[in-house]
Design a protein around this ligand. Structure first.
Ligand SMILES: [Cu+2]
Length: 143
């Protein structure tokens, strides 16, 4: 993004907030000035924990140069919640099989994925290719 586009994308008040975030060393707001809630670094979700309300849609955007996935841990989301994963898989096993088969569920650089959370609770998820690198995240959905 060039400087003019960046400045056009943020209002004056947002820019002030952005400066505050940058001052404490976080780049997550900078990433999500590009139109997302959770960005992605080389091996991290930015931020790695994000809180929303029931009915909200979270948009992840791959703000890095590497391919990533957003893959819910099937056993670490609320019991009655819908499973979610980039690629639209209906289970963690299916998502993992797809990634290791043909890189299914990959979110390419610049790509995005969204999910709407209808059940309150805590949702833990992972980027399958960078799980060993600690690329995990959490969405907290409040009532
Ligand atoms: Cu990743």
């Amino acid at each position: 993004m060039n400087r003019r586009t960046f400045l056009a994308a943020v209002s004056g008040s947002t820019l002030a907030g952005l400066a505050g975030c940058l001052a404490v060393g976080s780049t997550s707001r900078l990433n999500c000035a590009e139109g997302c809630d959770v960005g992605m670094g080389a091996s991290a979700f930015l931020p790695d924990e994000y809180t929303v309300s029931v009915g909200d849609t979270v948009t992840w955007k791959n703000t890095s140069s590497k391919a990533h996935t957003v893959t819910a841990y099937g056993n670490a989301i609320p019991e009655d919640a819908a499973y979610f994963a980039s690629g639209g898989f209906d289970s963690e096993e299916a998502a993992r099989d797809a990634w290791f088969g043909k890189r299914g569920g990959a979110i390419p650089s610049g790509g995005s994925y969204s999910h709407t959370f209808e059940v309150p609770g805590t949702y833990n998820y992972v980027c399958v290719p960078h799980e060993r690198g600690g690329m995990v995240g959490r969405i907290v959905v409040e009532k």
